[in-house]
Design a binder for this molecule. Structure first.
Ligand SMILES: OC[C@H]1O[C@H](O[C@H]2O[C@H](CO)[C@@H](O)[C@H](O)[C@H]2O)[C@H](O)[C@@H](O)[C@@H]1O
Length: 576
């Protein structure tokens, strides 16, 4: 059975590449983390965001900046620290420059034909216009002097989530692309996807985000879905051909030894499913002061490294952080992500296998198409055998034993190892109903109906959308927060589940979500990263950083919902 503890790697070394480049990237990160630590001592914890310091571009030679860093004792004053930062660094985010997308039109022709309400339409056009703020290009200086930037060069225009998230993110990009397609910005959508393809070509997988400190992990894999949706909107076979080898490479990454887990069911059949697992066992550079503080409760170095590995692996899940990954929901040191087979990850890999099979056929590679069809069928059986719970009518995350109890040929499946706690992720396989080839639906109409009934009585459906979980832990991927991607995956799945009732529920979820986004936008002038689903118009909270605005995936989901469900002329758009 595969190991869950990774050897330490430098951020850049984890990704491969030039030895000198790796050394320069590590030296810069080491300096920036020292700056982060000193800045916390000088400025204090109020409003302190550790990520800001690892995003600072050097404006001078790394050695000069390192030599001039104020010594740890006595703690530098605020003025000393500010003078030091101004002297040796440029502003965070200044290495991305504004890039007016040439395919942006203030009111694209054929935009949201089913939105009849003037208020909804006017607002949708404002959300659409936000692409201009979020579109950037990596400054040429980054490729010229990579040793001065944690930002990674990318070939095309980028669309960032917003605020502190000044760089491209992997799974956010899926909903950015969905929104760009609604906005008819096909060229920008293609560039966003081809940047991710470039990351696979360069690093072997799509990074969590385009920074050197994200090279040790990925994020929920939705690249094939982006390629499929762009192809669906443009019919561009050349684009598919260009991305195809990277999709095969990405599939190997997610089914590689460290990510793959064999599990034997009660009939002796071995199934292969995937898990998250970062190649990192140190503090996350972007949150190092926070991770070190958490690990300070632990004395033994090996145990600290295990915790750091779990933290980074949780960041790979995109659900950072949540009681979903903790043995004890109030104690972050009990994170156990690499011992969990997640429902959503395997949903996305199943989808990837189906997409690759379709693309292979499209480019005339029938053998690969057959191979991936077979792989997807095997994963479908694995998901049904290991993760499905017929009593709860949901798919449940599966917890592996931590004592290495892995017999020859795989872990033995045990019914009590399914996590019976309710999370929105338990319903994400419904999404596969929206994207099937026509022959076999992932969950047939009868099963989808039962899952829907289970969702309705789960307690997750709230006034302003679907809650992430039922437990308020003050982690951002828990109650009462609702996240755009989760609303979209589940609503889109219900919409295609085959019953009138499911369509109604999908529309109801979309309506609540659109209204809460609208009300919060009218109150604050911004789109938010997450929302509090207990009341319409409330933005979310909790977690390790201040709630952010902007916001890539929220914009994409609102535009997609308005396209998929429409908004009739007399339907109220404000909170009701
Ligand atoms: O800086 C802390 C963490 O921030 C990111 O995670 C959150 O924002 C991402 C961008 O919107 C989103 O993809 C993720 O789901 C959020 O939890 C980052 O991805 C983490 O790696 C990072 O440690």
């Amino acid at each position: 059975c595969a190991t869950t503890q990774m050897a330490p790697t430098t951020a850049a070394a984890a990704a491969g590449g030039e030895a000198n480049g790796n050394e320069a990237a590590s030296a810069l990160l080491e300096l920036l983390q020292r700056v982060q630590t000193e800045a916390l001592r000088a400025l204090g914890p109020d409003g302190f965001d550790p990520k800001l310091y690892v995003d600072l571009p050097l404006s001078t030679d790394e050695r000069a900046a390192a030599a001039a860093l104020p010594p740890p004792a006595p703690a530098p004053s605020r003025a000393e620290m500010e003078a030091y930062l101004a002297r040796y660094f440029a502003e965070a985010g200044s290495d991305l420059v504004a890039a007016d997308p040439p395919d942006f039109a203030p009111e694209p022709s054929g935009f949201l034909p089913r939105v009849g309400s003037p208020e909804a339409r006017a607002w949708a056009l404002e959300v659409h216009a936000l692409w201009k703020d979020l579109a950037r290009r990596v400054a040429p200086a980054v490729a010229e002097r990579p040793e001065r930037h944690t930002l990674l060069p990318l070939p095309g225009r980028v669309v960032v989530p917003g605020s502190r998230f000044r760089e491209v993110y992997y799974w956010d990009s899926y909903w950015v692309v969905r929104g760009l397609l609604v906005s008819k910005m096909y060229d920008t959508a293609k560039e966003v996807v081809l940047n991710l393809v470039y990351l696979v070509e360069t690093y072997g997988f799509v990074l969590n985000g385009a920074r050197s400190y994200y090279t040790n992990r990925s994020q929920p894999p939705l690249l094939s879905s982006m390629v499929l949706d762009v192809y669906g909107a443009t019919g561009d076979v050349e684009f598919v051909r260009r991305a195809f080898p990277s999709l095969l490479k990405e599939h190997s990454f997610w089914t590689s030894e460290v990510h793959n887990v064999p599990i034997r069911d009660n009939h002796g059949q071995v199934h292969n499913l995937s898990r998250y697992q970062a190649r990192w066992n140190k503090p996350r550079p972007e949150s190092a002061t926070i991770d070190e503080e958490l690990a300070s409760k632990i004395n033994c170095i090996a145990d600290k490294e295990k915790l750091y590995h779990q933290i980074a692996s949780t960041a790979e899940s995109g659900w950072d952080f949540s009681s979903r990954w903790m043995r004890n929901s109030t104690d972050m040191t009990t994170l156990a992500t690499t011992y969990i087979i997640p429902v959503d990850l395997n949903t996305f890999i199943f989808k990837m296998e189906r997409d690759i099979a379709a693309f292979a056929k499209l480019v005339g590679d029938n053998a690969t198409s057959e191979e991936f069809l077979k792989a997807s069928k095997a994963r479908h059986i694995a998901i049904d055998s290991i993760l499905w719970n017929s009593e709860m009518e949901q798919w449940l995350d599966y917890w592996l034993p931590t004592d290495g109890d892995c017999q020859q040929g795989g872990y033995q499946w045990k019914s009590d190892s399914q996590n019976r706690k309710i999370f929105a992720s338990n319903f994400i396989p419904l999404w596969l109903n929206a994207h099937h080839s026509g022959s076999v639906q992932f969950a047939d109409a009868a099963k989808s109906k039962r899952v829907m009934a289970s969702l309705q009585k789960s307690g997750l459906l709230c006034a302003a959308g679907i809650a992430t979980s039922l437990t308020n832990t003050s982690q951002q991927w828990d109650f009462p927060n609702g996240w755009a991607p989760v609303q979209h995956l589940i609503a889109e799945g219900l919409l295609h589940s085959g019953s009138e009732e499911a369509i109604k529920l999908a529309e109801d979820i979309a309506t609540r979500w659109v209204r809460t986004n609208y009300a919060a936008y009218k109150a604050t002038g911004a789109m938010h990263e997450k929302y509090d689903v207990e009341a319409c118009g409330k933005s979310g909270g909790g977690g390790e950083y201040k709630p952010q605005t902007g916001f890539g995936w929220s914009n994409g989901v609102v535009l997609s919902f308005l396209e998929e469900f429409g908004w009739p002329e007399h339907k109220e758009i404000g909170c009701t």
